[in-house]
Design a protein around this ligand. Sequence first.
Ligand code: NAI
Ligand code: MG
Length: 493
Amino acid sequence: MTTTAKATVRTYRNYINGQWVEGSSKETFAVYDPATEEVIAQVASANARDVDQAAKAARAAFDSGPWAQTTAQDRGRVLFKLAERVRQNTPMLAELEARNSGKPIVEAEYDMADVATCFEYYGGLANKVTGSVNPVPANALSFTMREPIGVAGQIIPWNYPLLMAAWKLAPAIAAGCCCVLKPAEQTPLTAMELANWLEEVGLPPGVVNIINGVGEVTGAALVAHPGVDKIAFTGSAAVGKIIVKSAADTLKRVTLELGGKSPNVFFADADWEAAVDGALFGVFINQGEVCSAGSRILVEKKIYTKFVEAMAERAKRIKLGAPLERDTKMGPLVSKEQYDRVSSYLELGKKEAKTAIGGGRPKEFSKGYYVEPTIFYDVDNHARIAREEIFGPVASVIPFDGEGEAIRIANDTPYGLAGAVWTRDIYKAFRVVKSMRAGIIWVNHMQPTYVEAPWGGYKQSGFGRELGPWGMEEYLETKQVFVNLDETPIGWY
Ligand code: NAI
Ligand code: MG
């Protein structure tokens, strides 16, 4: 086993109104390398006073700063420049991301490419937002204008740290909003590196502020702040519910992406090799710390036993290792907290179902929050391991008999983020597509995500959509303008 080289402890401050500032409490929190369990950074904590400062800076930038005068073209160029910085600095960013989150370096490099593509996409979209003319009677003119919502509070998770920052910042900047972004306290580092470039790419002070701290303090203050117009959140359903309640006091717009328990459905006629591979990829990529993880694997009874065996056999090949090793396919989980949470589900799973492979900590690691890729089978869809989001490399395999039962089980969940179906029969494939209650459905694949296509869930997986023009919509208000063309007085009174 190899470990990552000992890292120097860096310090980061918050980025508010174009300045690097310490928290008003002067407190910092530690950020870890989950492979070595060592502290790699100390980051300034933002308390409610600091959040207030950031929100006020964003408000001032929105209401009266030069940002309000920038053209859509200018906003697009800012995003193109940001994309260029990310591309130029991909080795540094990917290494920092892998070190801080535990994800394999190769995956972190893909993430950085997606970050840059996201900035480019919204850079291009910035000047393609248009209003419309409404078909009112001939004696009037009615048109709609699209205007930025204002100040957006953006709270993101730790599984795709910089990518989630890009998904939030890019459409907001393109739309002309101002932002207060709060990265996850486990993984703030790449977003803070991004902050280094905000001024030089042309963002005036206050347009993008990045503040750090735990959710219950920093995030909660952002959600409650009366000067914030919208909250965009990605994270747990539990916190999503807290946010909706708190945001109700100021009637903020809210968009939520809350993960799920997505079904990955395999019919007996699926391409065998692709299916076995796709079942593993769907649930084990990024250590299973994926909101759309195919964590419920539904397999038709005709192939069930053989399929579980084949999955277990192939899962043995998954190379666990240090995040910075290029052949690593699975790194440690992000934090001790997540390791403990996933471990408790492993214990539960051993009671609720049968174990095909895994179920604990891999023996070869003396340090680091590593968990074995784990496959539970003969899982009842009402078991907790089939209903609750585990967010680790843990698959629950459930047998089914025929299409009707597959659909029933697939939809029998409070969540509805994603789903996938594997079959060679296109009639069956599209029937299942239409029947599944989820925001993203893959056919004969699971997980590919493109900035051009919408992302978001049904049911308790949240509301609102990210990516594509849909993602931009969530940062825009619609103003209707009525122009009277008739000079005769109304004559009503
Ligand atoms: P979390 O939902 O607590 O954290 C996500 C973000 O929300 C972080 O930035 C955090 O600081 C912030 N936050 C936490 N409490 C808050 C509050 N009261 N007000 C405002 N912001 C708050 O997620 P956590 O605890 O890291 O992970 C718990 C579980 O959540 C995971 O096991 C997984 O099931 C799920 N999760 C889902 C994600 C997704 O992509 N949908 C991402 C991360 C976690
Ligand atoms: Mg939490």
